[in-house]
Design a protein around this ligand. Structure first.
Ligand code: SF4
Ligand code: SF4
Length: 312
């Protein structure tokens, strides 16, 4: 009798590549023993700032069987969003992942298609899809599944493609062959991201002081940006790519070929003046499918005003 587990695993790997994922890795769905004390300590130190939702569902975050009853496997997927497209270098800055359409929707749609294919090829499967959307430790799962290592900046890095990759998870109730965890850390003596971070948000031991990170300040924070960051925003009005731009492993990255991640056609010519004069109607029209809606019109205006004030 053919090995059913091996056959199912082969279907998973083949389907992931066919749907355009750069790679996928598999782990057994079990409690993330090593992550538990690290997460508890990180939360206790308050590095999450006002992202109170990260304190919820502590056990679910570490135990996939609490998210999907009967879960047996966690599949981690990587999807490239690297790009050689650029915005006006004299204008304000926006993180690359927000150049095109919202990745949550684009990747979720792919994973639902993935699940449909598996159900046709394998049979009745129960599972849940997560794209930066639920209590899932996506970087830890990706490392455990052999896809790459977590760099000093706290992001997953692959040797082939660097770190400009979205991570998504699928938790399934079928047994699959698990991959070997990624055992090596290729950061070595490099400290480029730590030195380049303008807000000193990267702490030792791959710890991100999230509430000091420009991504948090410009997207997650709902109140005013604290004055202490006035001279440290470096022109970023939505997210920040500095620690990834300086990482030597991103020299190997290739531009993505996902049509939905190509830069919004109006963005490259947007000047600082255009950003300052943006109205709610223009915002809704320009960014209706973009992750920038997460900051909202008021949030984006607050960021533009704060950075403008810092530069004056
Ligand atoms: S995204 Fe920017 S602010 Fe955040 S850790 Fe990286 S360099 Fe620092
Ligand atoms: S910049 Fe250097 S230290 Fe930072 S993640 Fe990349 S390789 Fe590691």
């Amino acid at each position: 009798m053919p090995d059913l587990k091996a056959r199912h695993t082969a279907v998973v790997k083949k389907t992931a590549l066919e749907l355009g994922f750069q790679c996928c890795g598999i782990s057994k769905a079990e409690y993330l023993e090593e992550e538990a004390p690290r997460l508890a300590d990180w939360l206790k130190k308050g590095y999450q700032g006002s992202m109170g939702y990260l304190e919820n569902h502590f056990d679910k975050r570490l135990d996939p069987t609490k998210l999907v009853p009967g879960a047996k496997s966690v599949i981690s997927f990587l999807y490239n969003y690297n790009t050689s497209q650029q915005l006006d270098p004299h204008s304000f800055k926006v993180a690359k992942y927000a150049f095109g359409d919202d990745y949550h929707k684009v990747i979720k749609d792919k994973l639902f298609e993935f699940l449909d294919i598996l159900r046709t090829e394998i049979g009745d499967i129960k599972g849940r899809v997560f794209v930066d959307s639920g209590p899932v430790m996506e970087r830890a799962w990706a490392e455990k599944s052999g896809l790459g290592w977590i760099g000093k900046h706290g992001l997953l890095i692959t040797k082939e493609q660097g770190s400009f990759m979205f991570i998504a998870e699928l938790i399934l109730d079928i047994d699959l062959d698990a991959d070997q965890p990624f055992a090596k850390d290729y950061c070595g003596t490099c400290n480029a991201c730590v030195e380049a971070c303008p807000t000193a948000a990267i702490l030792p031991n791959k710890t991100l002081y999230a509430s000091r990170c420009i991504s948090y300040l410009t997207i997650e924070l709902k109140e005013a940006i604290p004055d202490e960051f006035k001279n440290n925003m470096n022109g970023w009005i939505y997210g920040c790519d500095i620690c990834q731009d300086v990482c030597p492993w991103n020299r190997f990255g290739k531009p993505n070929n996902e049509p939905k991640f190509q830069v919004n056609e109006k963005l490259p010519s947007f000047t600082k003046e255009d950003w300052r004069e943006i109205t709610e109607d223009i915002f809704q029209d320009l960014f209706k499918d973009s992750p920038i809606t997460r900051a909202g019109f008021k949030g984006l205006k607050r960021n533009i005003d704060f950075v403008t004030e810092s530069e004056s």
